[in-house]
Structure formats: C-alpha cells, structure tokens
Design a protein around this ligand. Structure first.
Ligand SMILES: O=C(O)CCC(=O)C(=O)O
Length: 302
C-alpha cells in the first residue's frame, strides 16, 4: 500500500521507490527462473524473439542485455504482473481499471552492462492520456556503482524532448538539446525485492554497470484501461492472422486479455498532451539498445 506522502511524491517528482514490495518467496522464484534463462541462452547465437544478447555473449560466458516479453514465456513472470503486491500500488497511481501493456527484463550485467540514453517512454508509445506507469521489480540490490536508473524530477509535467535525429525516430535525447537539467536526476537505489515506479513522461536513463555485480530489473508497463495506444495494441503472443476481420478481433482480444484489474474501457479518455509520433522507425530495430545506436551526444561515457 502507498501512503499519501508517497502518492504526493510520485505526483510531484514523477517517480517513486517502494522498498520490500515483493514477498521473499516470490522474489526467490523470479531470481531462479531468471538464472535458468541465462543458462539456457548458452547455445543462442543471435538476438531472437526472447533473447537480446550482449555483444560478448558466448556459450562459456552467457551474457544477456534483455529478456523480451518475459510474461509470455514463463508463468512466474506472468504471475507477478497480476499480483496484488504490485496492482494495489499501481491502482493508486492510474486508477482501478488497469491494462498491462508490456514487460521486459533488463540485465545490466556486471563489468560492462550497457548504458541506456536519456529518453521518455511516452516518445515510444503515446496514448490518449498519460495515466501510465512503468514498474521496475528489482531482482538484485542496486547501488550507485551498478548503473541505476535515474530520473529527472518534474519532467513528467513538461515538454516532450526531441527523440528524432535526421528525421528518424531514434528513441534517445541529445543531452545538449534537452529541455531539462539532467544533472538534477535522482538514482533509484534499492534492495532486491523493492520496486520503482516512473511516470511514462518522466525523463530517465542509466549509466554503464562497471561493477562486479549485475543489476537485473523486470519492468512492467501498466496503463489506465481508458488510455488507448495511438500506435495500436501490440499483438504480442498471437498467431499470425489470415484476414483483416481476424486482425481486428485479435487486437480487441489482446486488449481484454491484458486487463489485469477492473474493467475494459471502450470510452477512451483523451487529454491534451505533447505528442510526436515515433516515425519513421529507427534503422536499427529489436530493442532500445539497437534504436539508440544512432544517438548523437551520448550522455554516458565509459
Ligand atoms: O534498465 C535501465 O536502466 C533502463 C530501462 C529503460 O529505461 C528501458 O529499458 O527503456
């Protein structure tokens, strides 16, 4: 549960860390399943539907940047996304009707886990309103030395930074052109089992992890059910469709299947927010690590 102070702080700054939100047995299961995925990636040679590999990944040194859509590939991940230990908190921030939009598990491995450049999630997936929160479930302790996620206070209430370069969406902000004071960003430092929550318009990024310990975070994006995605619903986990009719039915099915609390809302709530559509797409696709290859003015050195 969240206190009034925590809710006020989220509304004011655009983010919050809640210590010890995940029960110990569920945390242990998540850690174990994640270790198994790393071990099973030994024979994987290229990025695919599940694995985003670190450049130095090999059978002897399995090293992942990300597991893609983990809730679709293992029940343990799926279960935590619908658990009341998270939804009771999310409800306080986006309301009682909640849709799960996506999941991803970022590894930020020891000795070189890659930086993620400054960005606002909103630039990737604008919706009819911005009652959207990204929950980060900490599978490991995260200190300053592990490349913590950092967010700029109040940025969720301001303009959308430019995420395009040379007319192409690259999913990253040139720090020299940001509307915000990046040096005011605060790190999300917490023990394993804690969660972070950041608003979809909050400007955030993270340094490389040069420490000896990985920093794994399972991210889950939740939207108010009346916040409809302007790019359309991601048809994750569906079989390829054969007709336009099937396609439309499937989109509706994905929407309803992902209502994790409360009711679907066909009445979209439309608010006046800064929006620039993320098109044309980046030349490098597959994950944010690929998209951001084209960024100019990197913020995070070695
Ligand atoms: O893992 C991180 O530090 C950043 C996560 C993030 O912003 C993303 O994956 O879009």
């Amino acid at each position: 549960m969240l206190s009034e102070d925590q809710i006020n702080s989220y509304n004011e700054k655009g983010y919050l860390v809640v210590d010890g939100a995940i029960p110990a047995d569920k945390l242990k299961e998540l850690q174990q399943v994640t270790d198994d995925f790393v071990s099973n990636s030994r024979d994987v040679k290229e990025n695919d539907e599940i694995y985003d590999l670190s450049p130095d990944h090999s059978p002897d040194n399995p090293n992942l940047r990300r597991l893609k859509n983990p809730h679709l590939i293992h029940k343990t991940y799926e279960n935590i996304t619908t658990d009341s230990c998270i939804l009771d908190i999310v409800e306080k921030l986006v309301g009682k009707n909640i849709r799960r939009d996506h999941t991803k598990l970022n590894f930020k491995s020891a000795k070189g886990g890659e930086a993620i450049e400054w960005h606002q999630d909103w630039a990737f997936y604008p919706h009819t309103n911005d009652d959207i929160v990204e929950v980060g479930i900490f599978l490991d302790d995260c200190g300053e030395e592990n490349g913590p996620l950092m967010a700029v206070p109040g940025s969720h209430k301001g303009p959308l930074d430019d995420h395009h370069h040379d007319g192409v969406f690259i999913g990253a902000v040139d720090p020299a052109k940001s509307n915000y004071k990046l040096e005011t960003a605060e790190p999300f430092l917490a023990k394993a089992g804690s969660i972070s929550l950041h608003h979809v318009r909050s400007l955030h990024g993270s340094r490389k992890n040069n420490s000896n310990k990985s920093r794994r975070v399972l991210f889950v994006g939740y939207t108010a059910a009346d916040s409809w995605p302007l790019k359309g619903i991601l048809d994750l986990g569906l079989k390829p469709t054969t007709s336009e009719g099937d396609f439309v039915k499937n989109i509706y099915q994905v929407y309803t299947n992902n209502i994790v609390r409360g009711e679907p809302c066909l009445q979209a709530r439309v608010e006046n927010n800064p929006i620039k559509m993320p098109y044309p797409p980046p030349h490098s696709v597959g994950s944010i690590y690929e998209n951001q290859k084209e960024v100019r003015g990197r913020s995070f050195g070695e």
